[in-house]
Design a protein around this ligand. Structure first.
Ligand code: KG4
Length: 339
């Protein structure tokens, strides 16, 4: 079964053709990074406009690269939530138009479900059940993936996402957008013990995360040093900060794995590209005897191949939308799409 998939939840306009949920026939991503860089972050209005400008050629290229036409496609999958509402609407409306014109079924896909599904492309043998840590720019979630369309959230951030904290730390250190990637790069040779950051804990909810205190403390550290005219080494601050974020991610994951007697761990989302997170989780998995699955680096960020992968399983479950499909800025991963 071939699915044409579309993603436009943030600052990447993407389309792909995916066969049977695992085989990528094409994967086109038009990134807006350069356009948002001068503002230090994504400007929602600009994102929506750029999606509108780019979506047609991106979808056409995805079909051409896969060597197919719309006639060869069995269903059209699209990210409907969560994300920037104006950005989501571009992809959703384009997909609705294609579906109406072609008569092909329309499959709504939750963005975080698709981040997890990036792993089905990377690891052909991976099947639920497993525990998944999803860390992206807008979300940090620990969930039990009971089957391809059954997600049980066991821990989530109470405030900022890990990616948001990475991005703000990077911005405070004067690094260009996208912050997390650049913070990772400059921190490689930094001293990760040089600065102490608070250990975030959520009272009574041992699996929940909180990153806003960490974010404030790195901002304060840099501003205080500036006011006192003290020199700080960005690599040391970055390495210490990443270490604190990764400590929190590893600690809660370890607790969740023990609490639910899980032995298989999957990482997903943009921050799963972080080199420290990947190597620390690899070491932890080895120590604990877990099987660890990491998404290929090329599939950690937003893309449509992962939407096609999850779309396949949603379609098989009978998750088909009508022309009433709408974008949603927020949506719980555990709830199925409803009209
Ligand atoms: O999953 P994603 O592409 O978008 C959302 O769905 O939110 O995640 C983007 C986030 C950004 O916050 C970005 O800075 C972060 O992932 N990120 C990283 C790295 N690569 C991307 N954070 C830390 N280290 C990285 N190497």
């Amino acid at each position: 079964m071939k699915i044409l998939s579309i993603e436009s939840s943030c600052d990447e306009t993407a389309a792909a053709v995916v066969k049977d949920g695992r085989e990528v026939l094409s994967n086109v991503v038009s990134t807006q990074i350069e356009k948002h860089k001068i503002f230090g972050g994504v400007v929602p209005e600009i994102a929506s406009r750029l999606h509108t400008e780019n979506i047609s050629w991106v979808v056409e290229k995805a079909l051409t690269d896969a060597g197919v036409t719309l006639d060869d496609i069995d269903a059209i999958a699209v990210t409907y939530a969560p994300g920037l509402i104006g950005a989501l609407l571009v992809g959703v409306n384009y997909a609705k138009g294609l579906s109406l014109a072609s008569g092909k079924p329309l499959v709504p896909v939750h963005h975080l479900r698709s981040h997890i599904a990036a792993n089905y492309i990377t690891h052909k043998d991976l099947k639920p059940p497993f525990m998944c840590l999803t860390v992206s720019g807008g979300n940090t979630l620990l969930c039990k993936v009971n089957n391809y369309t059954d997600f049980e959230v066991v821990g989530r951030t109470r405030d900022d996402a890990a990616g948001e904290a990475m991005d703000k730390a990077a911005r405070t250190l004067g690094l260009p957008y996208p912050g997390g990637v650049n913070l990772d790069k400059i921190s490689k040779n930094g001293d990760n013990k040089k600065y102490k950051f608070p250990k975030p804990r959520v009272d009574g909810s041992p699996l929940d995360f909180s990153f806003s205190g960490l974010k404030t403390s790195v901002i304060n550290l840099v501003h205080n040093a500036e006011q006192k005219g003290e020199e700080i080494n960005p690599a040391d601050v970055g390495a210490s900060f990443i270490n604190a974020v990764v400590d929190s991610l590893c600690e809660n994951t370890e607790k969740a794995m023990a609490m639910y007697s899980e032995k298989t761990l999957v990482l997903a989302g943009g921050v799963s590209a972080n080199s420290v997170l990947r190597s620390r989780m690899e070491a932890l998995a080895k120590e604990k005897g877990w099987t660890l699955y990491l998404p290929d680096l090329s599939l950690c960020g937003d893309n449509a191949a992962m939407v096609g992968a999850q779309g396949f399983f949603e379609y098989k479950k009978g998750q088909i939308a009508t022309m009433a499909l709408n974008g949603k800025a927020t949506a719980d991963i555990s709830l199925a799409y409803e009209e």
